[in-house]
Design a protein around this ligand. Structure first.
Ligand code: NAP
Length: 322
């Protein structure tokens, strides 16, 4: 697979979101299956893996690090060949010593990931933290070799600029897909200009853009975000059908799947974008990685973009969302 850069950090152009092995999409698979699925993705060319300290069943503090521990086991013997991105969630802010607070969280992640450095260390949500203090502390962690780069998630240009002035960022991880395009006007172009990677989360809109979800699809009852993703409300699934139809049309033209077209679209559109589709299914993980091999021509891309721009999107999570 081709690679892209998050500042100085080289990654496969499609990464893998590992959250659903621990949280967010209902029942989690047995650990052994999750480890195999991650190894299988690596053998298929994926070198970029996304996790967070809070990813555990029901996001319960009791299960903190559940997902990181799975990655730690999956990467035994191949740590130097993969790029691990994890996130810190300092619920109560960074206190009077941002470095000490971040260092404590980072030490926990390093132990669970069985490594002595993290490649990309994101602040998961920044509303409770002083951005300048966080940026300074992240700079020190970089100098100490404990992280290679740092990032922010769900932030606007103002916050990115303030952070960037103190310690240059490696990556921004915001929600972005064909139905969540808030980052297009200013954020992705700013990142391009400043050599910052842009890592879209929920790039296939929690499954909507695969075309496999219909108005009769039942989501799981516990720990399943699809119960409150606005585009997946029954009436909005129906409203968004024209977008699903556009994708199905282009998928049949290219001999690809709809999920692959939705990923190939963003790869074609932006040179600094590296999506991290999430799945707890081994085969669909490989399908998503193979989006890197679906080549859209400039003309095909323009037709797709045009068709999308004529569709209304029903439901919006936005940057202020969960
Ligand atoms: N920074 C943040 O605040 C934040 C928030 C959310 C997520 N994330 C990260 O972003 C990653 C991806 O986001 P996400 O998982 O929310 O959304 P997503 O990748 O847009 O969609 C995941 C959903 O789509 C389904 N799916 C995936 N590929 C499919 C395919 N090819 N065909 C049919 N269905 C498919 C999955 O079902 P199956 O599992 O059944 O395949 C799952 O229900 C997460 O794993 C996590 O690492 C970060």
């Amino acid at each position: 697979m081709n690679t892209r850069k998050l500042r100085n950090i080289e990654v496969s152009e499609v990464g893998m979101g590992c959250m659903a092995f621990s949280h967010g999409y209902g029942k989690i698979p047995p650990e052994r299956y999750s480890i195999q699925a991650i190894r299988n993705a690596f053998e298929h060319g994926c070198t970029f893996f996304d996790t967070a300290e809070v990813y555990g069943p029901n996001l319960s503090p009791m299960h903190r690090g559940h997902n990181e521990k799975i990655l730690g086991k999956a990467f035994a013997g191949i740590r130097d060949q993969v790029v691990i991105a994890t996130k810190v969630m300092p619920h109560g802010g960074l206190g009077h010593n941002a470095y000490q607070t971040l260092r404590k969280h980072l030490d926990g992640s390093l132990a669970r990931l069985q490594t002595d450095y993290v490649d990309v260390y994101y602040i998961h949500r920044s509303s409770a933290v002083s951005i300048e203090d966080a940026a300074q502390a992240m700079g020190r962690l970089i100098d100490e070799g404990l992280i290679r780069g740092w990032g922010l998630s769900q932030v606007d240009v103002d916050v990115i600029e303030r952070a960037q002035r103190v310690t240059p960022l490696a990556a921004i991880q915001n929600i972005y897909s064909m139905v969540e395009r808030d980052s297009e006007d200013f954020i992705i172009p700013y990142c391009m200009e400043h050599n910052i990677g842009f890592v879209p989360f929920s790039p296939i809109a929690s499954g909507l853009l695969s075309g496999k979800i219909t108005t009769t699809t039942k989501f799981e009852r516990h720990d399943d975000v699809r119960n409150w993703v606005p585009q997946l409300r029954r009436e909005n699934i129906a409203g968004n059908q024209p977008i699903i139809d556009v994708l199905a049309h282009f998928a049949s033209l290219k001999g690809a799947t709809s999920a692959q077209i939705s990923l190939a679209w963003m790869l074609h559109k932006w040179p600094n974008v590296v999506p991290i589709p999430g799945s707890k299914n081994k085969e669909r993980i490989v399908e998503n990685l193979d989006a890197a091999h679906v080549e859209l021509t400039d003309q095909g891309f323009a037709q797709l973009e045009d068709a999308l721009n004529q569709c209304i999107v029903y439901g919006h999570r936005g940057l202020g969302g969960f």
